[in-house]
Design a protein around this ligand. Sequence first.
Ligand code: COA
Length: 197
Amino acid sequence: MTDSLFRLAHWQPEIAVQLIEIHQAALRDDDVDLLRNTPELADAVAAAHFAQKLAATEAEGTMCARVILGTGEAEGRVLGQVMASQIERTHSTAWISYWLRPEARGRGIASAALRQCVDLLHDECGIYRLELGHRIDNPASGHVAAAAGFLREGTERQRLTYGRQRYDVHRWARLAGDPRPWQVSREGHTASHAAGH
Ligand SMILES: CC(C)(COP(=O)(O)OP(=O)(O)OC[C@H]1O[C@@H](n2cnc3c(N)ncnc32)[C@H](O)[C@@H]1OP(=O)(O)O)[C@@H](O)C(=O)NCCC(=O)NCCS
């Protein structure tokens, strides 16, 4: 069961310090998607500031970030992150992103973590519409979105620039009432939520 491989937690200074090594490895491996999703932190003090800033932004209600922490033999190891930023209360929307360190990929962890994050954002944070986007040559990201019940809404032409090249982007979204097949009720029916209505 993938959910037993990790747990979601709030970032803490002593956890955030692992981001230094993750970002450096991304630089070394030229993992551009990981580079763009992780901060460059000079030292433990900068990592502590990063964690404190996330907590403050979350308290303001505009962001919700959860670190994906390993369990069992990988206890306490940062595997990745799921995050809602640009939380906007008038229209009840948020922008979703996620990343995993390379060693944690290929086991369904991003999909399972995003599903837990979807439950948190719709049910506890009361956000109605969740949106995300990824380059069309990043199909793994699209699989993760689909596995968490996002629907593809379109393609933005040449939306992002990496180096000298521009890339088309697939846009996805899900609504609070969209199906969540991972939440099967005791009777065996698929649960459907209407939070936010
Ligand atoms: C996107 C990312 C989180 C996916 O991690 P992952 O471990 O592969 O995720 P999961 O195992 O949960 O699911 C990935 C799915 O994509 C599929 N997949 C993986 N690589 C693929 C590829 N190159 N082509 C097609 N499908 C692929 C997997 O088979 C899996 O499909 P399934 O759910 O049907 O089994 C990871 O690649 C990453 O961190 N990338 C860098 C950051 C990034 O791109 N973030 C997304 C933009 S917000």
